[in-house]
Design a protein around this ligand. Structure first.
Ligand SMILES: [Zn+2]
Length: 350
């Protein structure tokens, strides 16, 4: 299952308190002034993955002014130490003082309780059953800077919306799905400018929607889940890597070279991914579906294949055609670490 799977946080309480606005945030009222006399307004975001930590520093206007990359050290102690060092490194790289930070946001795979700042079952990071109070531990190490912790797909969605907003996309960035084609398949949702987590943190968990009742068994216990057809794991099973390159790269290369079997597998994958896009749009009517995750590193070749599949599906249905699905799909920005940027945006409201 993908990182968001089973993220049954203990969310309770009023929805308005769980949701996070996407609008520009002005200077925080009541923030402690730093030793320099300025109101702290920079924020750092970290995207903590199984192999690396990516960090981004946002200035008071929301511009990315620094980035950092470190290897992940597994286990609770290593995780905290690595995150602290990443924050210190990225602020030092642009001459900002820790006291100038208004907040730090973390995006992490696993079961995240964003209200308590805890994480558990982050198996890729060596965090297992015990709940790790990550926000509290990190804040203590950083001199009391407020820290928020969020699911990795949610920060990616917020980051993609922020980058689109900075690019001048008027207000249409306020409805967006980030579709992560990673090992598994899942999405993060920004709806009406609000991050949508759902009552149990499972919003956007589309990889486990069964699409074929007779399909293969899924790790979640169901059969024929969409993830079994549209994910890195599905591609690896259908076209195992033979030449040392990632399976998606080898598949697309073989298809380009005219291998008929590869073309069939590629088309089937594009169709399944197009179905995921269609599902997201028909459920939420988002303006943008942003393709991210490891498989999206294929770049425009993937985008073209998915858009072709969407256009084919639309040909059979004037209804689908009217929704212009192909025009809503785009690749995740690659010029900035988008999930880390989203974490930094959420850090502004810590
Ligand atoms: Zn499943």
């Amino acid at each position: 299952m993908d990182s968001k799977s089973g993220s049954g946080t203990s969310d309770q309480g009023e929805p308005s308190k769980r949701e996070v606005g996407m609008g520009k945030v002005g200077k925080r009222k009541g923030s402690a002034r730093s030793e320099t006399g300025r109101e702290p307004a920079y924020t750092v975001g970290l995207d903590i993955g199984g192999t690396k930590i990516l960090g981004a520093l946002l200035d008071p206007e929301g511009e990315v002014v620094g980035t950092v990359r470190r290897s992940t050290v597994h286990g609770a102690d290593g995780l905290v130490a690595g995150a602290v060092q990443a924050v210190r490194d990225v602020v030092a790289s642009v001459g900002v003082d820790l006291a100038d930070l208004a907040g730090v946001g973390l995006g992490i795979p696993g079961i995240v309780d964003h209200r308590c700042g805890t994480v558990k079952h982050a198996v890729n990071l060596g965090v297992h059953d015990d709940e790790l109070p990550l926000a509290e531990l990190l804040s203590a190490e950083l001199g009391g800077v407020p820290v928020v912790v969020e699911n990795d797909l949610n920060v990616a969605a917020v980051g993609a919306a922020h980058v689109l907003e900075r690019a001048g996309g008027e207000r249409d960035h306020e409805d967006l799905a980030f579709l992560a084609l990673g090992t598994g398949l899942a999405s993060g949702l920004v709806l009406d400018g609000q991050l949508r987590r759902g009552v149990s943190g499972a919003a956007g968990e589309i990889g486990h929607i069964p699409v074929d009742p007779l399909g293969p068994e899924c790790t979640c216990g169901q059969r024929g889940c969409l993830e079994r057809f549209a994910s890195g794991k599905a591609l690896e099973a259908a076209w195992p890597s033979r030449h040392g390159k990632p399976s998606p790269v080898e598949l697309f290369e073989a298809a380009r070279a005219g291998d008929q079997e590869a073309i069939v597998v590629k088309d089937r994958f594009a169709d399944a991914t197009a179905s995921a896009v269609r599902l997201l749009v028909l459920t939420t009517d988002v303006r943008h579906v942003v393709l991210g995750g490891g498989v999206a590193q294929l770049g425009t070749e993937l985008l073209d294949a998915v858009q072709d599949a969407l256009r084919k599906q639309a040909k059979a249905s004037p209804f689908l055609g009217s929704l212009k699905l192909a025009e809503r799909v785009r690749l995740a920005p690659t010029h900035v670490p988008v999930a880390a940027v989203g974490a930094a945006v959420l850090g502004r409201r810590s």
